[in-house]
Design a protein around this ligand. Structure first.
Ligand code: SIN
Length: 539
């Protein structure tokens, strides 16, 4: 069968390598192969490999961070399949750090060095090259891909899925010359990552514009959990600053406010190692109290030799920004990091559309619930990509069973009538418009950051919905237009989902509904009717 895989991070590469043993695979990716978010991952891969650990303990931590809202089956699959998948990576040659390192990272008598991150009860985060885990994995997988018979189309941008008689039968792309092209497929696997660029500040690479999720939405696939957007607590708060791994706090760094006080101790018993959403909100609140200035991450209490060897990339990044973090604290602030929501799938990556699978960040298996546990995302990409590749056993693999039994509330969103596909042109400065924006992307990012960010309320969400309804990307032509259209489609859905969930749960915090509502659905899901992608009539 001809399988088209969209995306070249850990999920896309793993799916391509696995599927290539049985199928004719074409891998399509918007940038160069290694341009996605995987190569940015610092902390590592969470996996229960230690003698003191178990899949059950890893599951308990995953559920704990998710505020009790993760899908039990998906979490079971993640934590149970995880060790075998990580051993596959080791067999492929990923150079995970070992405890023979001269700085002695060994705390457990195991030769795989294991780090700790927030909300993990065990030291279970494998890392490579200190803080360059994702880059090491990406490099190894790209090398493995080149040893397979896979057609690789770099700088090729997904614009839409091709739908015939209700099934996905191919992809429309812009090729590397910017020319529209159609690629037929028996099966399409979306592994196109997240949409961090919905927000002004993000830890994500430039390619993270939600193209896959938006295309799936337009094709009529069910999307779920879109209100759950994870903000990483610590992005280096300098222009262009990137992620500062949670592993730094795992090794003992602390957060301080502008007056030098540790504020997280008053917020949560686990202080800096509380779940990520709690720490991000704690920082946001401290920033508000000090007029918006970033807080400080203080690693100066760690042994300087250890700090530099354990985090070589971050040592370089902080030095470039003008800091010696062995001696002084560095400014940090939360930034959009990861979408828990996406294209709804089962544990084999099957979506609601025959012929379409989705894996990795673009997918929503429910494994992260309302808040992803640190370093579960690389593991997710690995585990579910292999399961999806193995599920490709027939053209147009059957559609998933929706998680309806577990409380998935699917709402049909009319695409013409309610403004979610509004066609009014962008008029910056209009009453309901983001008045400081010169372009659609800037307008979307302003609205999302200011009104659909870490803290939300009914007034802000309603005004966000109106502002987003007033934007449009008429006649998208180039890659940036298509990215802007994807961001706008998703922004509308995230705002709608956030407005609909009138409670606070995990990463979704409503100041007007500060408590969890035990009666609220575990999952809100959305489907476009009629699907805006023209449905081809069978020949
Ligand atoms: C980090 O290193 O803090 C990021 C890891 C993750 O997103 O899970």
């Amino acid at each position: 069968m001809h399988v088209v895989i969209v995306g070249s991070g850990i999920a896309g590469l793993t799916a391509a390598i696995r599927a290539s043993t049985r199928h004719d695979v074409t891998l399509v990716t918007k940038g160069a192969l290694a341009d996605g978010a995987t190569a940015y991952a610092q902390g590592g891969v969470a996996v229960a490999l230690g003698a003191d650990d178990s899949a059950a303990l890893h599951q308990a931590d995953t559920h704990g961070a998710a505020a009790g809202s993760a899908d039990a089956r998906a979490v079971d699959v993640l934590c149970t399949d995880g060790p075998a998948r990580v051993r596959d990576l080791i067999a492929l040659g990923v150079p995970f750090d070992r405890t023979t390192d001269p700085t002695s990272l060994d705390r457990h008598g195991d030769d795989l060095a294991r780090g700790r991150e927030a909300a993990h009860a065990r030291w279970r985060v494998l890392h490579a090259d200190g803080d360059a885990t994702g880059a090491a994995i990406e490099r190894t997988l790209v090398a493995a891909l080149h040893r397979r018979h896979v057609t690789i189309l770099e700088r090729t941008c997904l614009t839409d899925l091709v739908v015939r008689a209700g099934a996905v039968v191919g992809v429309d792309v812009l090729d590397l010359l910017g020319e529209p092209r159609r690629i037929d497929a028996d099966v399409v696997v979306l592994a196109s990552g997240g949409a961090g660029h919905l927000y002004r500040e993000t830890t994500n690479p430039l390619v993270a514009t939600g193209d896959g999720a938006a295309a799936a939405w337009r094709a009529g696939a069910v999307l779920a959990d879109l209100e759950f957007v994870q903000f990483h607590p610590t992005r280096l708060a300098v222009p262009g600053g990137g992620l500062v791994s949670e592993a730094v706090r795992g090794e003992g760094a602390v957060l301080r406010d502008a007056r030098g006080r540790r504020f997280m101790t008053a917020v949560h018993p686990d202080a800096e190692l509380a779940p990520r959403d709690v720490v991000a909100r704690g920082i946001a609140s401290a920033m508000r109290d000090q007029g918006g200035a970033p807080v400080l991450l203080d690693a100066s209490g760690l042994d300087p030799t250890f700090l530099v060897r354990r985090f070589p990339g971050l040592t370089r990044a902080t030095r470039t920004a003008g800091f010696d973090w062995t001696r002084e604290a560095v400014p940090v602030a939360p930034a959009a990091h990861y979408s828990m929501g996406g294209v709804a799938t089962d544990a084999e990556g099957r979506t609601s559309l025959p012929g379409l699978l989705a894996v990795g960040e673009v997918a929503c298996t429910g494994v992260h619930g309302a808040n992803r546990l640190a370093s579960n995302s690389l593991l997710e990409g690995l585990v579910f990509a292999v399961r999806a590749a193995d599920a490709i056993d027939a053209p147009r693999p059957g559609r998933m069973r929706l998680r309806g039994d577990a409380g998935l509330h699917v709402t049909t969103v009319p695409t013409a009538a309610d403004g979610t596909r509004a066609s009014r042109p962008l008029r910056p400065g209009g009453a309901d418009h983001a008045d400081d924006a010169a372009d659609v992307r800037g307008a979307v990012q302003s609205v999302m950051t200011d009104r659909v960010g870490l803290l939300r309320d009914a007034g802000g969400l309603a005004s966000a919905r109106r502002a987003l309804a007033g934007l449009t990307v008429p006649d998208p032509a180039g890659v940036q237009d298509h990215e802007d259209r994807a961001l706008l489609d998703l922004a509308r859905l995230v705002a709608l989902a956030a407005e609909t969930r009138t409670e606070s749960r995990g990463a979704h915090a409503r100041t007007d509904h500060p408590d969890a509502d035990p009666g609220a659905p575990a999952s809100y899901a959305w489907v476009a009717r009629p699907a805006p992608v023209p449905q081809e009539v069978p020949a």
